[in-house]
Design a protein around this ligand. Structure first.
Ligand SMILES: CC(=O)N[C@@H](C)C(=O)N[C@@H](C)C(=O)O
Length: 730
């Protein structure tokens, strides 16, 4: 049979190199309004991007600024001001509200030692450079999205950030003491006091951290720099049983509002799991009194203060249960202290098409200038759109429903000027701007492109909808449908049938939105079609859809994927003899299930850090609750191993079907994966070796669950492509 697939490794590497050049947007800040000498108003837009540098083997971050002339309702003129500049050593940075100053947390190596500095810049001068490492008030500054922040007080006199709590230096009982010092100078005095702070016998004490992607982050503390006095203080009053983060200054700078995650009796991994017991807190700066603002019976995240400083919106979901659920958008009134639900959980989407809020993170700024509306970007079925929520009525309006673009992401909104990144499977990220029309106005939203990107006209994509056959309907949650994204070459030569790569997502409660995907676009350029399946249980389709899966993993999700594949193969575009399956994590669980439950159907399988045995994973993962919940059981932190539960976990796992596997398997494992420890993949690897099924294992040191370091990602791609080619054309 004819084929149009690129099989030469050099050509594949060239395609990968070409498409990996497209950068992604990570941040946009809108500066203050400036009036020019001719009366025109303009603002500066600062953007940060990230791009793979294959030659340097790292992701490079760079910034670019733009100037936008506007009349407060529309963009009059916009353009880039200058070229891109690479950002080096900056962990965090933030302009002050007036735009007069900039704060930077910088990490650098001096004489072989890592140091962290907090810098204050004003105009063209670095006014201060405070050596945080030397101050020893706390450990390393947090730069992550989960806890980290760098926030100017409204008065611009103080900065708030999060760092690891200071730990006394631990030393051995057998380490010799420094000799007695007779007359002591400053340096000796410091050594003396440091010595006093050392503890013996604590060198090897285990410090639990917050798991995958947050390794080493254990006891965060809130820190404040008094800029004038050069003084850093660690805030007191935060309860001992919580880890604070996502902090900001309360109205009037009287204190700090933050999210506190309960870390007792132990920490469960937070990445992809916003369902962890947490509350909003307020700590008063003068008395150190700490007040809990929310009930403490739920999981909260992303508090955002309105421009009039009267209300805080935040996201809320249930504790435990599915790791990602439909969120509530809640609002706390600062003055009445009342909490209200603005947008509730959507169990089944209604006529208006709104499917609920699926996000664990609101954009840095999300409020309209009138403090009445909130903009949320989140999946709605297989697209990601921008939703406008009226906080007084709870009415949700889509700002992007009429667009063909697959994915819209709000980077920022300031004085109603929205800065967004938008992309599709055939279009890498673009930077756009648009003014949010006033409330109740009929004005159309007009988008202006600030930074365009090259469209790839040879890539075709569509969203397919599937209704499971009656025997696969879920009796508890009947009538649910699901979708898949089909990405394929636009031009197919006469007589050519496309090979198909089936990709179920991980989670399982996540979703593929019609975004730009590097792997899929290169595979498509090589001549493959890629089917990315959003089986029932995915986010973006209503809470019932999510709830339909726990207890049914290994059956409902597996059958949905197989149904989607067989439905697609009914057309005559695809080569039934050339179907491969590839997935990561829970997607790897599904890939392994599919080759076990449909022996010989898939001619090649690729599995990244797959879950292969829920029963053996529960004792080693950072999210033990996940194993029980997905197997259909409630989880409590004090539950003990129960043979009946373990039996179910084993029975729902791919390892149960390994004796039926005929498909050659490529396993890609990250040595430092805390989520699905590499032993899961190794367990499966050994079972396949014992059964003499062709298997190859790639081991990536220094990589965690995502295998996203530049060399692991590019090497992984080449090996995946070549494995599939090798076994599809055997
Ligand atoms: C909640 C979670 O991390 N589940 C994993 C088993 C998983 O499937 N992760 C996905 C999101 C991944 O692609 O890594």
């Amino acid at each position: 049979m004819n084929s149009q697939v690129v099989t030469n490794p050099e050509d594949i590497a060239r395609l990968y190199r070409e498409l990996s050049l497209f950068p992604s947007l990570s941040r946009a800040d809108v500066g203050p309004v400036v009036t020019s000498q001719y009366g025109g108003k303009y603002s500066n837009i600062y953007t940060e991007w990230s791009q793979r540098d294959l030659d340097r083997n790292e992701n490079v971050n760079f910034c670019r600024q733009y100037i936008v002339f506007h009349d407060d309702k529309s963009v009059v003129y916009s353009g880039a001001s200058g070229n891109c500049t690479e950002i080096k050593g900056e962990l965090q940075s933030k302009d002050s509200p007036s735009g007069d100053m900039k704060a930077v947390v910088r990490e650098c190596t001096i004489k072989g030692e890592d140091k962290q500095f907090l810098e204050i810049w004003s105009k063209n001068i670095k006014m201060k450079s405070i050596n945080l490492t030397a101050l020893k008030k706390h450990g390393k500054v947090y730069e992550d999205d989960q806890f980290g922040c760098l926030v100017w007080s409204h008065s611009e006199t103080h900065l708030l950030y999060v760092a690891e709590r200071k730990r006394p230096t631990a030393k051995s009982f057998f380490q010799s003491e420094s000799p007695e010092l007779s007359s002591i100078g400053d340096e000796e005095e410091t050594m003396r006091s440091e010595e006093k702070e050392t503890v013996k016998g604590e060198q090897f004490v285990f410090h639990e951290d917050w798991g995958e992607g947050l390794v080493g982050k254990s006891r965060p503390v809130l820190c404040v720099l008094d800029i004038e006095g050069d003084n850093v203080s660690v805030l007191e009053g935060v309860p001992d049983n919580i880890s604070p983060g996502q902090a900001f200054w309360a109205p009037g700078d009287t204190g700090v509002v933050f999210v506190g995650w309960l870390h007792e009796p132990f920490r469960c991994g937070l990445k992809f799991c916003p369902n962890r017991s947490s509350s909003l807190y307020y700590v008063d700066l003068t008395g150190g009194k700490c007040e809990q603002l929310t009930s403490g019976t739920s999981a909260v995240s992303s508090p955002r203060l309105s421009p009039d400083q009267c209300r805080i919106v935040y996201l809320e979901c249930a504790v435990f249960g599915p790791h990602m659920q439909c969120s509530r958008l809640c609002m706390f009134d600062w003055y009445t202290k009342k909490t209200s639900v603005v947008v509730d959980v959507v169990n089944r989407p209604g006529e208006d098409g709104f499917t609920g809020i699926y996000s664990s993170q609101l954009s840095r700024q999300c409020w309209s200038a009138d403090s009445q509306r909130v903009i949320v970007s989140c999946p709605q079925r297989s697209r990601k759109g921008l939703l406008m929520v009226d906080t007084s009525t709870g009415i949700v309006t889509s700002l992007t429903s009429k667009s063909d673009v697959g994915s819209w992401c709000l980077l920022n909104i300031e004085r109603d000027l929205m800065v967004v990144s938008c992309s599709s499977p055939n279009c890498p990220p673009r930077l756009r701007l648009g003014f949010l029309p006033p409330r109740d106005s009929q004005e159309e939203l007009v988008w202006v492109t600030l930074e365009d990107s090259q469209m790839l006209p040879d890539i075709d994509w569509q969203i397919l909808t599937f209704t499971p056959p009656p025997e696969q309907d879920n009796s508890e949650y009947p009538g649910l449908d699901f979708e898949a994204l089909l990405i394929k070459p636009k031009e197919v030569k006469d007589g050519v049938k496309l090979p198909l790569i089936v990709t179920p997502h991980g989670g399982p409660h996540s979703v593929f939105v019609a975004d730009w995907f590097l792997y899929s676009s290169v595979l498509c350029r090589m001549g493959f079609a890629v089917l990315m399946v959003n089986y029932r249980g995915s986010t973006g389709y209503g809470q019932d859809n999510i709830l339909s899966l726990p207890g049914n993993v290994g059956t409902q999700d597996v059958k949905d994927v197989q149904f989607a594949v067989e439905s697609v193969l009914k057309g005559d575009e695809f080569d039934m003899q050339k179907v491969a399956v590839s997935g990561g994590s829970h997607g790897g669980f599904l890939a392994c299930h599919l080759i076990g439950q449909y022996p010989g159907f898939y001619k090649a399988c690729v599995s990244r850090n797959p879950v292969t045995n829920l029963a053996s994973m529960i004792g080693s993962t950072d999210i033990p609750d996940w194993c029980m919940v997905e197997a259909g059981f409630d989880y409590t932190t004090d539950c003990l191993p129960d043979p009946a539960v373990w039996e179910q976990m084993l029975n729902k796992s791919p390892i149960r079907y390994v004796t039926q596997v005929q498909t050659p398997v490529l396993l890609t494992l990250g040595e430092d994966d805390k989520r699905v420890p590499s032993k899961q993949g190794i367990e499966y690897y050994r079972a396949l070796q014992a059964k003499k099924v062709p298997v190859r294992l790639l081991w990536y040191p220094g990589n965690n669950h995502s295998l996203s370091k530049v060399d692991a990602e590019s090497d992984g791609f080449m090996n995946i492509a070549l494995w599939i080619i090798q076994h599809l054309w055997k």
